[in-house]
Design a protein around this ligand. Structure first.
Ligand SMILES: [Zn+2]
Ligand SMILES: [Zn+2]
Length: 500
C-alpha cells in the first residue's frame, strides 16, 4: 500500500505537453500561479508521551487503580484515566479517534515516543516494552492506514528505561520491524544502529524529516555517557545538514520559480532544502523545575552548536518528554531568533514524581501544526485537549484549547513571531498567565508568581547552560527592581479580563 500519493506532486508528462504548447511568458505566469497553488497550507499531527498503563482498572481501592500511580490514591479515577495514572487504553483509543475526527487526512503524523507506563523496571521487561510499542503502533496504523508516520523513540521505549544504547540491540531491531511500513530501507539501517533515521518529507526532493534518538544524550543514560558521539548520530546529523545547506546554495536560484524549473525538467530533484527535526528528550531546561536540564552539559553544547551552524535549513524542531506545552528559542550571536523547538503536551495526564515539581499533572493534549508546504514555515499551532475531570463525569469530548496566532496575536509561528510570544510572556502578566494555563493544558489554573515567571521565561529563552543561569540572575533582578512582583500580584485580579 502506498503511504503517500500526494496531490501536489507535479506530473511531469502532463506539464511537459502543456509547456511545449505555451509561450515562455504565459508559461512563466502559469507556473507562478501554480507555485501559489502548491504553496497551500499543509497540516500535520504531533502526538507524544502516550504512556499506556495496561494495569489501569476501576476499583474500590484508589491505591490499586494503576501501577503508574506508585500507590498514590487515584481519587478521580474514571473511564478516561486519573491525574496520578498513566493513560488507560480508553484514553489512548479516544485520542487517536479524536485525531481522525478533527483532521482525518493530515499530510503526515509526528509521534515522539514514550509509550510505556511510569513503573519500576522490574514491572516491565524487553518483551513488555516491545509489545506496548507494538500495540500503539498497530492502533495508529489502523486509524490512519494511509498516512506516513515519523516516529521517534522515547526514553521509556526501552528496557531498562532511559538506557538506550548507541549500538545495535534487540529492541531497536524489533521496533524497526514493527515500523517497517513507515521506514525506507536506508532508515531501517540507521535505526537498527542507533534509533535514528531520515526520510523524505511530502515525498519531495530536498524536504527532509530528521528523526533523532536524543535519548542517547539524556543524563540518566549510563550506556552513552562516556561516548563522544553515541551511535555516530551527531556526525551523521552534521553530514546530512551540511549536504542540505550546500545543495540549498546551489539550488537557490531555483527557489525563484520552482515549478518553472520543474516544467523544464531542470534541477527538478534539487530544488529546496529544508528540514524538520523531531525527537523526544529536548535540550535545555525543564520550565517547571529551576536548573533542571535533561542532556549532559557536553551533549547539550554539541546539539546547540549543530542548530546554530545549520539553522538556515532547519525550519522546525518538534519534541516531547515534558508532557507540558512549551517552546525553546535559539538565537544567533547577534541575538536574532533563528529557530524554535516546539514542545507538545502529552496524552498521559500522569502527575510527575520529579522532586520539587508542584502540581505537575496535565490534561491530555494533541496538536495540529499548520505549515507552508513549500517552505515548511510553521504558520500556526492548534492544540486540542480533553478535560479529564469533566469527561470522566460526563461524556467523551475533545475540544480546541487554543490557536497560537489568535491567543498570542502573532502573524505566524516563525522564530521571529515566537520570539515576540516569549517577550510578551516575559513582560505582560496577562500573556504570562495565559501561557501558564496552556502549559499544563488547563490543569493548573493557579497564578504564575514571580519565581514561576523566571523559570518559564529562562527555560524558553536559553537552551545553553551558562546563558540560562545568567538569564535567571537577570530576570530575578527584573522581578524585584522592575516591580514585576507588584505587577504580578495585581495581575491575578486582571487575569479574568485577559482574552483566550
Ligand atoms: Zn513521557
Ligand atoms: Zn520521556
Amino acid at each position: 500500500m502506498a503511504f503517500m500519493d500526494l496531490p501536489f506532486k507535479p506530473r511531469r508528462g502532463f506539464w511537459w505537453v502543456l509547456a511545449v504548447n505555451m509561450s515562455p511568458v504565459r508559461l512563466l505566469l502559469s507556473c507562478l500561479l501554480l507555485k501559489e497553488t502548491f504553496a497551500l497550507t499543509g497540516r500535520f499531527w504531533h502526538i507524544t508521551d502516550l504512556h499506556w498503563d495496561p494495569t489501569y482498572k476501576l476499583t474500590d481501592n484508589p491505591e490499586l487503580v494503576c501501577s503508574s500511580s506508585g500507590k498514590r490514591p487515584a481519587s478521580g479515577a474514571g473511564k478516561f484515566g486519573d491525574y496520578v495514572c498513566d493513560s488507560p487504553w480508553e484514553l489512548i483509543n479516544s485520542s487517536m479517534y479524536a485525531m481522525k475526527k478533527i483532521l482525518p487526512d493530515p499530510d503526515f503524523i509526528v509521534w515522539t515516543g514514550d509509550d510505556t507506563p511510569h513503573v519500576p523496571n522490574e514491572d516491565l521487561g524487553e518483551e513488555a516494552v516491545v509489545n506496548i510499542v507494538g500495540n500503539l503502533s498497530h492502533l495508529l496504523t489502523e486509524v490512519f492506514p494511509d498516512t506516513k508516520v515519523y516516529s521517534a523513540l522515547g526514553n521509556h521505549d526501552y528496557h531498562p528505561k532511559s538506557q538506550l544504547p548507541g549500538a545495535p540491540n534487540y529492541i531497536y531491531d524489533r521496533i524497526s520491524d514493527m515500523w517497517q511500513k513507515w521506514l525506507d530501507p536506508a532508515s531501517r539501517e540507521t535505526f537498527k544502529k542507533g534509533g535514528y533515521y531520515t526520510e523524505r518529507l511530502l515525498n519531495r526532493a530536498g524536504l527532509r524529516m530528521l528523526v533523532l534518538n536524543t535519548n542517547l544524550y539524556y543524563d540518566q543514560n549510563k550506556e552513552t555517557k562516556n561516548s563522544d558521539d553515541p551511535a555516530g548520530q551527531f556526525s551523521w546529523l552534521d553530514r546530512i545538514l551540511t549536504e542540505a545547506a550546500n545543495n540549498k546554495e546551489k539550488a537557490n536560484v531555483c527557489l525563484q520559480c520552482q515549478v518553472f524549473f520543474e516544467l523544464l525538467g531542470l534541477l527538478c530533484d534539487v530544488i529546496v532544502y529544508q528540514v524538520y527535526i523531531i525527537g523526544h528528550v529536548p535540550p535545555g531546561f525543564f520550565e517547571k523545575k529551576r536548573s533542571k536540564p535533561w542532556f549532559t552539559s557536553r551533549f547539550n553544547r554539541l546539539y546547540l552548536d549543530i542548530i546554530l551552524k545549520h539553522h538556515s535549513v532547519i525550519i522546525g524542531q518538534f519534541f516531547g518528554h515534558h508532557h507540558t506545552d512549551s517552546f525553546r528559542m535559539f538565537y544567533n550571536a547577534e541575538g536574532l531568533p533563528i529557530s524554535t523547538m516546539f514542545l507538545s503536551p502529552g496524552v498521559t495526564p500522569w502527575e510527575t514524581t520529579l522532586p520539587g515539581v508542584v502540581n505537575g499533572a496535565n490534561n491530555p493534549g494533541i496538536r495540529v501544526f499548520e505549515y507552508d508546504r513549500d517552505t515548511l514555515l510553521v504558520k500556526d499551532v492548534v492544540t486540542y485537549y480533553m478535560n479529564l475531570t469533566q469527561v470522566n463525569a460526563d461524556a467523551e469530548r475533545w475540544e480546541k484549547e487554543y490557536r497560537l496566532t489568535e491567543s498570542f496575536r502573532v502573524p505566524d509561528a516563525s522564530p521571529a513571531s515566537m520570539h515576540r510570544v516569549l517577550e510578551q510572556i516575559a513582560t505582560d502578566p496577562c500573556y504570562l498567565q495565559k501561557y501558564y494555563h496552556f502549559n499544563s493544558v488547563f490543569y493548573d489554573l493557579t497564578d504564575c508568581d514571580s519565581d514561576c515567571r523566571v523559570d518559564h521565561v529562562c527555560a524558553a529563552r536559553e537552551v545553553d547552560f551558562e546563558r540560562y543561569e545568567q538569564c535567571l540572575v537577570k530576570e530575578e533582578a527584573v522581578s524585584i527592581h522592575g516591580g514585576m512582583l507588584v505587577i504580578l500580584s495585581v495581575a491575578a485580579s486582571l487575569v479574568i479580563s485577559c482574552w483566550y
